[in-house]
Design a protein around this ligand. Structure first.
Ligand SMILES: [Ca+2]
Length: 367
């Protein structure tokens, strides 16, 4: 853009790279620009590389388009391959004298990359006058050495767990490219509603070509809700992601042991209560069970006294809690249908931190 005081260069950048396959975004805080200015009638319109990535040993070729708007002149075409950032010259290509340059013209440049290590490079093209003055310059960047990571597998251990049980995932991946790869191994856990329940990440440093790696990541499940969960594992590297691999995880309520007394429900008896003994898995104190949250058949609340003891004498404390017998019978027997001979009684409830519990046992029914 021309301004009164000179030329104004405006650079618009979107410093974000979004990968739709992994849903990840990457952005850079620091940018570096190099601005070359020269006053001449000759312009390098473009340096078009055959590709932006080349395999090790490939011939890197480019078409150079030049426009000269003044009277015919001779110019020298200089081409060089520079290292990352354009700071060092890797190889200077033979110079060429362009005679009687007039109007648009194009030239090709090629570099045999044999023996060069993988990395990012720059092809710099300069047009100079026969006495060496710079007339125009342009460069194009490319990558040498194909970077590629493939994700091989993802496993959850265990594949069924309850909230609070530690989970572990194992992600396997391999470098099937030509250059060492560094990046992040990522595993994301989504609940049945598609919300992210966990995000796990581990640094991957210098994974050599041909090498594979297995990474184990542990995760907390205290806040997980019961239901199926989907996991996606991938590796982020060079601003891209390996194709994700999937696994699934089932979260169940904390299993409780349920025992009823009596074990047979005699419909002709006139008892007031049915007594339940509830035991939590080892490691979770029975005091954490919110007694008032308990329900039989998802409907019948505790109605009698409750006490902590060890009914089955296995040294794991259990809770004795009484339920209204008539309310339970009402749920099990629906006249005019004949009463069933047996029923599965389900107890549900919560711990005081909101984690769900569930247990069941069989109950005989005597008419
Ligand atoms: Ca016990």
């Amino acid at each position: 853009m021309k301004t009164a005081g000179g030329d104004l260069l405006v650079i618009h950048i979107l410093p974000v790279r979004f990968d739709p396959r992994s849903g990840s975004a990457e952005y850079w805080r620091r940018w570096r620009f190099r601005v070359d200015v020269s006053e001449s009638d000759v312009e390098i319109a473009s340096v078009a590389l055959a590709r932006s990535e080349f395999s090790l040993g490939d011939v890197v070729s480019a078409e150079v388009a030049v426009v000269h708007r003044g009277p015919r002149l001779d110019a020298i075409l200089c081409a060089a391959v520079l290292g990352e950032g354009g700071d060092s010259t890797v190889e200077a290509l033979p110079t060429r004298r362009l005679r009687d340059l007039e109007g648009p013209a194009s030239f090709s440049a090629a570099w045999d990359s044999g023996g060069a290590p993988p990395g990012s490079y720059e092809l710099r093209i300069e047009l100079r006058s026969p006495n060496g003055a710079l007339l125009a310059a342009e460069s194009a960047g490319f990558l040498l050495g194909r970077a590629s990571v493939s994700t091989k597998g993802l496993k959850v251990l265990p594949s069924t767990l309850w909230p609070g049980m530690p989970g572990k995932v194992r992600l396997c991946f391999a470098n099937d490219g030509e250059c060492p790869v560094s990046g992040q191994a990522v595993v994301r856990v989504f609940d049945a509603g598609g919300n992210q329940a966990a995000h796990l990440e581990a640094e991957v440093l210098g994974l050599a070509p041909g090498a594979s790696r297995r990474i184990e990541l542990e995760f907390e499940t205290e806040t997980f809700r019961p239901g199926s969960h989907d996991l996606r594992g991938f590796v982020l590297y060079d601003g891209t992601a390996s194709a994700p691999v999937a696994a699934s995880l089932l979260v169940v309520p904390i299993p409780v042991r349920l025992e009823l007394s009596p074990k047979t429900l005699n419909l002709r008896d006139r008892g007031r209560w049915i007594t339940a003994f509830i035991e939590l898995p080892r490691g979770i104190p029975i005091q954490k069970l919110a007694v008032e949250s308990l329900r039989l058949q998802e409907a019948v609340p505790p109605s009698g006294p409750a006490a902590i003891g060890d009914h089955d004498r296995d040294r794991i404390p259990d809770l004795m809690v009484k339920f209204d017998r008539a309310s339970l019978i009402e749920r099990l027997v629906r006249p005019p249908a004949k009463p069933p001979a047996r029923a599965t009684i389900v107890v549900t409830g919560e711990l005081d931190d909101g984690r769900p519990v569930r247990g069941e046992c069989a109950l005989r029914i005597q008419r």
